[in-house]
Write a protein that binds this ligand. Sequence first.
Ligand code: SAH
Ligand code: SF4
Length: 443
Amino acid sequence: MMAESEAPKRYWIWTVGCQMNKVDSDRVADTMQARGYLPAQREEDADIVILNSCAVRESAERRVSGKLGNLVALKQEKPQLVLGLTGCSVSPDFEATRKRFRGADLYFQPTRIDQFLEQLDVIWPAPADEGVMACWEEQPAATEDKGPIAYVPISNGCDKFCTYCIVPYRRGRETSRPMLDIVDECGNLVKRGAREITLLGQRVNAYGKDFKDGTDLADLLRLVNDIPGLERLRFLTSYPKDMSDKLIASFAELDKVCEHLHLPVQSGNDAVLQRMRRGYTRDDYLRLVERIRAVAPDIVLSTDIIVGFCGETEEEFQETLSLVEEVRFTTVYSAAYSVRSGTLASRWEDDVPPDVKKDRLRRLGEVQERISLQQHQALRGSRVEILVESTESERHDTPQWQGRTRQNRRVFLPRGDESLLGQVVPVRIEKVSPWAMQGVLVA
Ligand code: SAH
Ligand code: SF4
């Protein structure tokens, strides 16, 4: 903790990118609070601003550079302001990172709280009796209620090296967290009000491979499933080649495991998949979907797709469209390919023109919207169960609650009794769009 005479320093964390980044930001915040720092109400009031960056797409990385540039300029007027950079833009080579992102005072890799504290201690020395925490697993548990939805990282890094992807270079080798640590954390979260837990990893279904003792994600799901008070259990993101029969069986055997699977396909064409080094074919993917649906007939699938990857022809792209039609995903997260320097694909020509990429994104979006709308229309008038997860949605005039079905479909409903927050409630679907559904509570 800080010397008593000093006013506590305030932090602000700015986060872009995926759910994993949000979790990492929460960890940094917990650590700072454990050290006696306080969250700032506004960015302007902060003594330290930490940017949690995303490097997956060029546009995200540009936003990070822009934001850092603004803050570095602000430091002219406010020289005592401390700037930190973390997230996937920070590679283990700090010197290289420093050159690409000039002006921050400290740089640390997202899960390396030890690196963060080491550098912070130089700037704001901590009293001698406080040791540097070795890593994020050893953080003290925070005590406040964080709401019904919780995310728990279970593995870090990725060993796959898909040719377009920067993640393995930035987040390093795949390492799994010990199973009992995770179960402990999940138990604590449930005690603090969590009803739904999503286990996170870049290749979450490869969890445990590094233990080399045969334990895997299915074993972990079984343990977490047994936690009393937990309602729902999900895991994200699954790599198609690592969907074992044992894991698929979890959808049928474990009552809390929800009927939703995010299974990025990236492309529907074999040649593109090969250039991406995804390690499966279109047919392998379709057969996998069949295997999953044979065990869990009402499962819904969502996916990630990259359009305009190096050399992607119109015919190759059309195979992606036809795969989307065939599988009928609920949601497709699509992106135009952007070169990430350092990856294998960065040595190839980025030869699909930007307007062609844009047009493919638009066409893919149209196909997907039609499919999502049809799926939602089929639910109109029916009764679904949703877990009420948050109040307010800015998209409505009257105050709304937002919840999701087990199949991860988003439902809005007029705000009601506060005691229903975090509860599973029956709702009748009245209005639908491709992106969400609107319902009313049924008695
Ligand atoms: N581990 C996950 C994905 C992590 S990155 C998986 O294997 O699917 C999240 C998504 O960003 C990817 O699924 C991909 O669709 C997209 N993405 C990654 N690198 C990209 C790039 N260079 N250009 C465009 N999209 C990219
Ligand atoms: Fe990137 Fe591929 Fe690893 Fe996903 S599996 S993080 S796309 S390298």
